[in-house]
Design a protein around this ligand. Structure first.
Ligand code: SDX
Length: 470
C-alpha cells in the first residue's frame, strides 16, 4: 500500500484505538433492542426523545461517542472499506462479496452518466439558485427520466390495504389529550410481518436508489461547474465513486491520497440515525409519495445552517477570525453575544462526534499539502476547539461535530465552499434511500400531534361591527 495511504489508514486506526480507550471498551448491547408498540417515551420540543421507528441501519451512541452502520464501527469502515461498499451495506444490510461489489460499483458508475438531466439543469438559472435548491430541482428532473414504479401508489394501496392499522387514528378527536390513545385500538402486530416481497418491485427500488446516489453526485458536480461558467464533465468510467465526484467537480483526476480522503469523508457522512433530513425523507415517503420527492425533502432539510449547512458556515466563521492569536478574544465576544459556534454541539452527542475524531486528523494531514493559508485556518480551528471544549464542553457537553473540520478537508480537496453542503447530501443519499426503503417495509404515515394552546368558542363579530382591532 502506498506510504501516504498507509499513514491515512494508521491515523484512522489510531483514532479507533483512542475511542475504545475513551469508552472503556465495547458498547453494551443493552442500549439496543425491539420496541413494544405503542412505546412510552418522554418527548421534548422538536420531538427530542421521541421514537419514530425501529431500524437496523445505523446506531448513534451520544454519551460514548460511537457510530455504527449495520453493526460495523465507523472506524473500521473508514480504515478498510470504501464508499461503494458502505452504500451497499446500508442498502442491503451486509458487506458485498467481491462479485457483488463489482456489479454494484458498475451500476453506480453507469448511473453517473445522465446527459439528459444535466442538459435540463443547464436550462434553468442554476447559477442564480442556491446549490441545494438546484440539487433539489435535479431530483425532480431525475424523476422524469426514470420509469419510477418504486412506490406505485395503486400497487402499494392494493397489496397492502389489509395491513393498515385497524383504527384510522384520524377518527379520534383531533389533538386529543394523551388518554385519546387508550380509545384508539391500535391493531399493531408487535412483530409486524414485513410486507410480502415483490421481487420486481425490490429490483426497481434498488435501481432507483442507485440512480439517486449517483445522480446527486453528477448533478452536484455539474451545478458547481455551471455556477463557475464551466461546462459539466462526463464521468470517467475507470474512476471510483469518490474519484469521479472529485474529477467531475474540479476537472482534475485526484491523486490516490485525495481519492482516499474524499472516500473517507463520504463514508463518514453516509448515515446518522434519525437526524432532521433523514426524518424529513421518511416522513414524505410515509405518505407513499415517490422516492425522489423523499430525497428532495432530505436535501431541503439538510440545507439549513443548524444541520448540513453548518459546514460552509464553519469556514466562513474561521475565515472571519484574523489569526490563531485572535481566537480567544473572538470567542469571548461570541459567547457574550450568546452566539452559536458553528460546527459545535449536537442533539445526540454530548461528547466528541466520532466523525470529528477522524476528520480533524485528516484536515491536519491535508493541510501539509495545502499551503500556509490552510495551515493558518487549521491552527485557528484547533485554538477554537480548545476554547469551546474547555468551557462549553465541560458545562454543556458541547464538542466539535462532523461539520467542524469537514470544510477544511473539502477546501483542501478543491471543492468550492458553496458546494460543501451539496457534498454532504451526495454522501447522505445512501443513508436516506436505505432508511426510506426500510421504513416503507412496515409503513405507517407520520402524523404526530400538536398541543393546542389557543382560545376556544370565541364569539364571531361581523366585520361591520368590528372597530379598529384593539
Ligand atoms: C449536523 O442530528 C444529526 O445527527 C445531525 C448531523 C447528521 O449527521 O445528520 O450530525 C449533522 O447537523 C451536525 C450539527 C451541525 N450544526 C451546527 O454545527 C450548528 C451549531 N450547533 C447548534 O445549533 C446545536 O448544537 C444543534 C442544532 C446542533 C443542536 O441543538 P439542540 O440539541 O437543539 O440544542 P439547543 O439549541 O437546545 O442548545 C442547548 C444549549 C443552549 O444553551 P442554553 O440555552 O441551555 O443556555 O446548548 C447551547 C444552546 O445555546 N448550544 C450552543 C451550541 N449548541 C448548543 N452554544 C454555543 N454554540 C453552539 N454550537
Amino acid at each position: 500500500m502506498d506510504k501516504e495511504l498507509k499513514q491515512i489508514q494508521d491515523l484512522i486506526i489510531g483514532a479507533s484505538i483512542q475511542a475504545q480507550k475513551d469508552r472503556h471498551g465495547a458498547i453494551s448491547p443493552a442500549f439496543v433492542g425491539r420496541v413494544d408498540w405503542p412505546a412510552e417515551c418522554t418527548v421534548g420540543p422538536g420531538l427530542e426523545g421521541a421514537i419514530a421507528c425501529e431500524t437496523e441501519i445505523g446506531y448513534v451512541n451520544g454519551t460514548q461517542g460511537a457510530l455504527y452502520y449495520r453493526g460495523y464501527r465507523i472506524y473500521d469502515l473508514c480504515a478498510y472499506a470504501n464508499y461503494e461498499q458502505v452504500a451497499y451495506l446500508l442498502l442491503k444490510g451486509k458487506l458485498p462479496t467481491p462479485k457483488q461489489l463489482t456489479n454494484f460499483s458498475r451500476k453506480l458508475t453507469e448511473n453517473l452518466f445522465m446527459p439528459k438531466v444535466i442538459r435540463s439543469l443547464i436550462g434553468f438559472d442554476v447559477e442564480k439558485m442556491s446549490p441545494m435548491a438546484s440539487l433539489n430541482l435535479a431530483t425532480t428532473v431525475m424523476k422524469q427520466y426514470f420509469d419510477d414504479s418504486i412506490m406505485d401508489q395503486k400497487k402499494a394501496q392494493k397489496n397492502n390495504s389489509d395491513d393498515f392499522i385497524g383504527t384510522d387514528e384520524d377518527s379520534m378527536g383531533m389533538e386529543t389529550l394523551p388518554f385519546g390513545e387508550q380509545k384508539a385500538v391500535y391493531e399493531f402486530d408487535a412483530k409486524k410481518k414485513k410486507r410480502k416481497v415483490d421481487e420486481d418491485k425490490e429490483k426497481e427500488t434498488f435501481s432507483a436508489c442507485c440512480h439517486l446516489i449517483s445522480g446527486l453526485a453528477t448533478c452536484a458536480a455539474a451545478i458547481s461547474r455551471i455556477r463557475q461558467g464551466l461546462m459539466p464533465l462526463d464521468p470517467d468510467k475507470n474512476l471510483s465513486f469518490a474519484a469521479n465526484y472529485l474529477y467531475m467537480m474540479t476537472g482534475k483526476r485526484p491523486t490516490a491520497v485525495e481519492e482516499k480522503i474524499m472516500d473517507v469523508s463520504l463514508i463518514l457522512h453516509a448515515d446518522h440515525g434519525m437526524n432532521a433530513s433523514t426524518f424529513a425523507s421518511i416522513v414524505v415517503a410515509s405518505t407513499l409519495s415517490d422516492l425522489y420527492a423523499s430525497i428532495g425533502a432530505g436535501i431541503s432539510a439538510l440545507k439549513g445552517p443548524l444541520h448540513g449547512g453548518a459546514n460552509e458556515q464553519v469556514l466562513n466563521m474561521l475565515d472571519g477570525i484574523e489569526s490563531p492569536e485572535a481566537v480567544a478574544e473572538w470567542y469571548k465576544n461570541a459567547t457574550r453575544k450568546k452566539e452559536k459556534i458553528m460546527g459545535f454541539g449536537h442533539r445526540v452527542y454530548k461528547t466528541y462526534d466520532p466523525r470529528a475524531k477522524i476528520l480533524g486528523p485528516l484536515a491536519h494531514f491535508m493541510t501539509d499539502y495545502a499551503g500556509p493559508d490552510a495551515k493558518k485556518t487549521l491552527q485557528i480551528a484547533k485554538n477554537l476547539e480548545n476554547e469551546v471544549v474547555s468551557t462549553l464542553g465541560k458545562s454543556k457537553g458541547i464538542y466539535p461535530n462532523v461539520d467542524f473540520y469537514s470544510g477544511i478537508v473539502y477546501k483542501a480537496l478543491g471543492i468550492p465552499s458553496e458546494m460543501f453542503t451539496p457534498t454532504f447530501a451526495v454522501a447522505r443519499c445512501s443513508g436516506w434511500t436505505a432508511r426510506v426503503v426500510e421504513y416503507l417495509a412496515t409503513n405507517r404515515i407520520f402524523r404526530p400531534r400538536a398541543i393546542y394552546t389557543g382560545d376556544l368558542d370565541r364569539e364571531y363579530i361581523p366585520i361591520e361591527e368590528r372597530r379598529k382591532q384593539q
